[in-house]
Design a protein around this ligand. Structure first.
Ligand SMILES: Cc1cc2nc3c(=O)[nH]c(=O)nc-3n(C[C@H](O)[C@H](O)[C@H](O)COP(=O)(O)O)c2cc1C
Length: 163
């Protein structure tokens, strides 16, 4: 049976997270939608849903968190969480990613989603005074980041089979 996958993405600062979603999409044969345009009941119809945005004030964008609140309770559905964040590349770790994902993860788990995996990447950040210096992480996500995103997406189907 073919896996039905959907990517719900909010990306506005430099479209950093959208670039990651576009790397996932062909691997998963997934449609990309925004939290604003998607119907919460439609989301519940997919076997695998990726939820992602940039990190703003240490959490996902409000529109994604609001969507999670509006999702119906489900069972037997898989989700994954992704983000791009603007900290310096040398301070980046999976622990930092998971911390930033906490609010969204808790909401999705409370709706009955099983979180298959979580992906994070640094992204160009010109927030606030950083813009005067060209920002942090210019050029990220780069080709290597997009390759890592593709590999991550390939691994998801395997993880769903053998958790
Ligand atoms: C208003 C604002 C707040 C931000 N807050 C954080 C933050 O708390 N932690 C962090 O690591 N990056 C933060 N960033 C940087 C973004 O997460 C980063 O640039 C991200 O790649 C943007 O994703 P997007 O281009 O998909 O919107 C912030 C950026 C903006 C514009």
């Amino acid at each position: 049976m073919t896996l039905r996958a959907l990517l719900v993405v909010y990306s506005y600062h430099h479209k950093n997270t959208e670039a990651i979603a576009k790397a996932f999409a062909p691997v998963l044969a997934a449609k990309i939608v925004t939290p604003q345009e998607v119907d919460p009941t439609e989301v519940a119809g997919y076997d695998l849903v990726g939820f992602g945005s940039g990190i703003y004030d240490a959490r996902h964008h409000t529109s994604l968190l609001d969507l999670a609140d509006r999702l119906p309770h489900i069972s037997d559905r898989n989700a994954f969480i992704f983000s791009t964040c603007g900290i310096p590349a040398f301070g980046f770790s999976q622990g930092f990613v998971l911390k930033n994902h906490t609010a969204l993860r808790e909401k999705l788990v409370s709706k009955g989603y099983k979180i298959v995996d979580e992906f994070g990447c640094v992204g160009w950040n010109t927030n606030s005074f950083l813009r005067f210096f060209g920002g942090l992480n210019k050029g990220r996500p780069n080709a290597e980041d997009l390759k890592r995103a593709e590999d991550f997406a390939r691994g998801l189907t395997q993880k769903m089979r053998d958790p």
